[in-house]
Design a binder for this molecule. Structure first.
Ligand code: GLY
Length: 342
C-alpha cells in the first residue's frame, strides 16, 4: 500500500542522466516537456514507466500505454483484473486511448483481459471503429492474441466482495482510488446504487512528448459492485479522456455518470482552447457538475487533470482527497493535492 504523503517529496526515479529536449518558461505552473501526469497516488508508479518512454524521445502514445499498464497489472490497485467485481462477482474493465492525430479507440465491459488499454489501442489502430464492448471486445482481443485470463477474483477483491454480499448495500466511498484510504476495507467494500451514486476505480494519464505531441488514456474497473453491464466515463472519448493536439489533453476520475453528463474531458480541453489554464479549466468543469448535482454534489467525487500545449499542468476536484502525480524529469515525479470546490 502506498501512502500519498510519502510522495509529496520529490522522488528519484533512479535513472541515468538525460538532456531534456526543451524547457518553456511560464508564469503559471512550470511549463515543461516532456511531461506526464496521472490520477491518484498509483500514478507515481505509472508515471515512472511512462517517463522511461518519454525520456528516450518516445511517443506520448506509447508512454501513456506503458504507464497505465503498470497499474492494470497491479493486484493491489483498484484498476485491472485485481479490482473489485460487479455485483454479480465479475470484474469488467473499461479503457480508451487517444493520440495526437485525433485517432482513438476504446473497450468497455471487457472481461478476462489483463490490459484493456492495449486492446483499446488495437481498436484504434486495427479497426474502423472507436468502441467495442462486452463479448465482442473480448473476441477481438483474443483474435489479436491477448490471452484470456482465468475468471478469478484477486484475494483482496474476493474478501471485499464477500463482505459486500453480507448486506449487498450500495454506499459511495469518496476518494477510494487514493490508496491511503484503502486501509478502511469495511468502507471500501460497499458501493452505492440506491440513489444512483457509485464508487469508482480509475487511472487517467495524459502526456506530451519531446516533439510536443499529446496523447492520453483512461482505464478502469469502474465502480465497485456496480450493476452488471454498467459502463462509466472512462472508455468514452470526450468524457473520461480527450486530446486535441493544438490545445491540450484532459482526463477524469470519479463518478463517471456525472463526467459523462457534461462531456467532462472535452469540456476541459475546450475551456483551455478559450485561454484558461489547465487548473482553471478543470475547476470550471467541476463547478458545472456541482451546479447540476446541487446538494447531492457533497456525496460524490470527480477529479479532472489536464496539460496544455505549453506543458502547463493542473487538476481540480469536487472535494478534498483527490491527488495526481506529475513527472517531468528523472528526479521529478511527485504528488499534487488537487484543489477542491466544496
Ligand atoms: N470514472 C470511472 C467510472 O465511473 O467508471
Amino acid at each position: 500500500m502506498i501512502h500519498r504523503r510519502k510522495f509529496l517529496q520529490l522522488g528519484s526515479l533512479g535513472l541515468s542522466s538525460f538532456s531534456f529536449p526543451s524547457f518553456i518558461s511560464s508564469k503559471s505552473t512550470a511549463a515543461r516537456r516532456p511531461i506526464v501526469i496521472s490520477t491518484w497516488d498509483a500514478g507515481i508508479d505509472a508515471n515512472k514507466a511512462a517517463w522511461q518512454v518519454l525520456r528516450n524521445g518516445g511517443r506520448a502514445l506509447d508512454a501513456v500505454e506503458q504507464g497505465v499498464m503498470v497499474t492494470e497489472s497491479s493486484q493491489n490497485c483498484c484498476v485491472g483484473l485485481g479490482a473489485n467485481p460487479d455485483r454479480d462477482g465479475f470484474v469488467t474493465l473499461d479503457s480508451c486511448i487517444m493520440d495526437e492525430n485525433g485517432n482513438c479507440g476504446g473497450v468497455a465491459f471487457l472481461e478476462r483481459i489483463k490490459h484493456p488499454v492495449s486492446v483499446a489501442r488495437r481498436v484504434m489502430e486495427k479497426t474502423p471503429h472507436v468502441l467495442l464492448v462486452g463479448a465482442g471486445a473480448q473476441q477481438f482481443a483474443v483474435e489479436q492474441g491477448f490471452p484470456l485470463e482465468p475468471q478469478k477474483l484477486s484475494p483482496d477483491a474476493e474478501r471485499s466482495y464477500k463482505e459486500w454480499l453480507k448486506k449487498s448495500e450500495y454506499k459511495p466511498v469518496i476518494n477510494i482510488e487514493n490508496n491511503a484510504n484503502k486501509k478502511n476495507q469495511a468502507a471500501f467494500a460497499p458501493a452505492k446504487l440506491d440513489n444512483g451514486e457509485w464508487n469508482h476505480d480509475t487511472i487517467g494519464m495524459v502526456a506530451m512528448d519531446a516533439n510536443g505531441n499529446l496523447s492520453g488514456t483512461c482505464t478502469t474497473s469502474g465502480a465497485g459492485f456496480k450493476m452488471r453491464g454498467r459502463v462509466g466515463d472512462s472508455p468514452i472519448i470526450g468524457a473520461g479522456l480527450f486530446v486535441d493536439n493544438e490545445v491540450g489533453a484532459a482526463t477524469a476520475t470519479g463518478q463517471g455518470e456525472d463526467v459523462i453528463r457534461i462531456c467532462g474531458s472535452h469540456l476541459v480541453v475546450e475551456l483551455m482552447r478559450q485561454g484558461l489554464s489547465p487548473e482553471n479549466a478543470c475547476k470550471k468543469a467541476v463547478e458545472r457538475i456541482i451546479k447540476i448535482k446541487g446538494s447531492k454534489a457533497k456525496d460524490i467525487q470527480v477529479g479532472f487533470i489536464a496539460i496544455n500545449k505549453q506543458g502547463e499542468y493542473g487538476g481540480y476536484c469536487i472535494q478534498k482527497g483527490f491527488n495526481f502525480a506529475v513527472c517531468y524529469a528523472d528526479d521529478k515525479n511527485f504528488l499534487v493535492d488537487g484543489k477542491y470546490v466544496l
